[in-house]
Design a protein around this ligand. Structure first.
Ligand SMILES: Cc1cc2nc3c(=O)[nH]c(=O)nc-3n(C[C@H](O)[C@H](O)[C@H](O)COP(=O)(O)O)c2cc1C
Ligand code: SF4
Ligand code: SF4
Length: 259
């Protein structure tokens, strides 16, 4: 709920002019109030109000803008995006709880369709080792059904040395599973998290194989709370790495049509 402090509201109308759903109504005394029937709690009026009159008291306090804390050099940002890599060699040392909190914060900041904010993060950490065989078995069932012989070989290698780093998790032992009402919302959160992991010097790898394995097994779907209304968006392996990339990896040119 947006609350507007009448003693601070100057009636400038900036909040109302920007509100996507016209939820801010001008009162007779020239101040504004929020019609909560329309408001979808995007928080933009709070972020915009020049006097701090608008607030959402049931949520966290906003952080005031300071250029030196908030502005990014676009060239550096682009380089960070170019230099981010999928990591397939993990040391086995865990990402700390503090680091995980920071990664999840990056995910929480991502935009969501109609501000639904339905993204759910499951950090498979304590129960990772207990679940790893189940994920592998479901992966193997799926590969057999699809007759994916090369992928089945990965499973056989895992079975031959289950205590060694495998070709699903590459020695990592933390997996972030993201679900959401709308898949794109979870994907956007994952993209933020992967880039943040890179900025923090951590290793990350999207694991489509784990997603297939989880989707294919009713017990795993239940474990991660996947339903028709809470879809699996992706799995991101997290861990520490000693891999040192020295340059960017070549990419195809962008496939763009200018019309
Ligand atoms: C949705 C998605 C699923 C992926 N699944 C896997 C996977 O299961 N195993 C793997 O080794 N890499 C996986 N990758 C990593 C891609 O192979 C990788 O992004 C691509 O080769 C480009 O390399 P880069 O990320 O270093 O730029 C996945 C990437 C995406 C975006
Ligand atoms: S932007 Fe702030 S000060 Fe201006 S009308 Fe809205 S609540 Fe009042
Ligand atoms: S929170 Fe968003 S939708 Fe609600 S009144 Fe403010 S700007 Fe409008």
């Amino acid at each position: 709920m947006v609350s507007i402090d009448k003693s601070l509201c100057t009636g400038c109308g900036q909040c109302a002019a920007n509100c996507a759903v016209h939820a801010l109504v001008r009162e007779e005394d020239g101040t504004y109030r929020c019609n909560k029937m329309f408001c979808f709690r995007c928080g933009q009026c709070v972020a915009l109000c020049p006097t701090g009159a608008a607030s959402m008291p049931d949520l966290e306090a906003p952080v005031e803008y300071e250029p030196e804390k908030f502005d990014l050099d676009p060239a550096v940002l682009l380089n960070a995006m170019r230099f981010r890599r999928s990591v397939r060699r993990f040391t086995g040392e865990k990402v700390t709880r503090e680091e995980l909190d920071r990664l999840l914060e990056a995910g929480r900041c991502a935009p969501t369709s109609s501000n639904t904010q339905s993204v759910r993060f499951t950090v498979l950490d304590r129960e990772f080792e207990a679940l790893r065989p189940q994920i592998w078995e479901s992966f193997a069932d799926w590969a057999r059904r699809e007759n994916r012989k090369l992928l089945l070989r990965r499973y056989e290698s895992y079975r031959a040395a289950p205590d060694q780093p495998d070709t699903l998790f590459y020695g990592a032992n933390q997996l972030l599973v993201v679900t959401s009402r709308y898949q794109i919302d979870g994907c956007l959160a994952l993209a933020n998290i992967e880039l943040m992991a890179h900025a923090m010097g951590l290793g990350a790898l999207y694991c489509g194989f784990a997603s297939w394995a989880i989707s294919a097994a009713p017990a795993l779907r239940e474990y991660f709370g996947i339903t028709d209304r809470q879809q699996l968006c992706g799995c991101l392996i997290l861990g520490r790495t000693n891999l040192k990339f020295r340059r960017t990896a070549p990419r195809n040119p962008a496939n763009v049509e200018w019309r």
